[in-house]
Design a binder for this molecule. Sequence first.
Ligand code: OGA
Ligand code: MN
Length: 306
Amino acid sequence: MFRDSFKYYKSRNPAPDLDDVIDLESPEHVRVRKIEANVSDKQTEDNFGLTSAEKWTIYELLNIPGLIFIQNPFTPNGQRYWITKCLKDYSKEPYKLNIDAHNILANETWWEICFQMSERDKILLPKLRWATLGYHHNWDTKLYSESSKSDMPIELSGLTSILARTLGFSDFKAEAAIVNYYRMNSTLAGHTDHSEMNITAPLFSISFGQTAIFLIGGPKQEDPANAIFLRSGDVIIMSGNSRLRYHGVPKILSASKTPWNDNCENSCENCTYSYDDWRKARTYIAEARININIRQVLEPGQIVLY
Ligand code: OGA
Ligand code: MN
C-alpha cells in the first residue's frame, strides 16, 4: 500500500533499506524499454541548458506504463542556470509563493533577503516551499482559474517544448508550473494531480540538487508502490496510464555526485548567470532539492478556462 511504503522510506530510525529503490543508472536490474529521441528538429548543444538529444538516455518503465525517464539531459552549466532561475527569478512576483501568506516579505524578495548571513535569513531561507507560475494551482480548491494566473516564463516553456517534442508530444503546451523547494528533511505527501482539464496531456517533472526517493503507486491508495531515485537533472514524464497515479516524495538523500558543480571555472564567460548569484545558489542547493513540475491545463484548441 502507498501509505506503508511512504512511511517505510520516510523513517529515520530505523533507516530504510534502499536495495529495492529503482536506480536507472543501473538499468540492467529494472524492466525498461529504451526510447529513441525524436531528433527531427535541429538541436544545438546548450539549448536551454540541454545537451543534444541524440545523447539522451530515455526509458519507459515496463511496470509503470507511460512513466518515462530521461537521465539527466542537462549540461553542468545548464543545471546552474536552472537552479539559479528557480531561486532568484521564480521566487518573486508575478509568481505566487507559499510565503506570501505569511506576510514576512515587505518590499523585498526572498532572494534579496536570504544569503546575507544574518539571523533573519536563517529563518526565512527554509520557509520557501513552493512557487506557482502560469495558471496558479489553488492548493485548497485544487482548481485553476482565469483570475489567478501569470505569464509562463518563456525559457521554461521553451525548455518544456524541446523535451515534449523529443518524446513525440508535439502538441504539448506548458500552461502551469509548480516549483517545489525541498530541504533535507522535507517530504511531499502522496497525491494525484487531477486539477488540469486536460489529464491526457503528460506532466513533466524536472529535479535538481540533492537526490529524491520518488514513490509512485497505482490509481488507488491501496495499490502497491515503487520507489525510484531521482537525481540532479533527471526528468520524469507522467504520461498515458501513469498520469493519474498516486505519487510523492518520502525522503531526500545527500547526492553522491554534484553535476551542478562540474566544469565551473570562476570565469563565467559563457555563463548565463552571474558568478555572485551562482555562489549564493550553490550554498542553497548543497542542502536542498528543487523540482519543477510542468503541466498543460487546457484542452487542445481551448483558449480560456470556464
Ligand atoms: C508535484 C510533485 C514531485 C517531486 O509537484 O505535484 O509531484 O518530485 N512533485 O517533487
Ligand atoms: Mn504531483
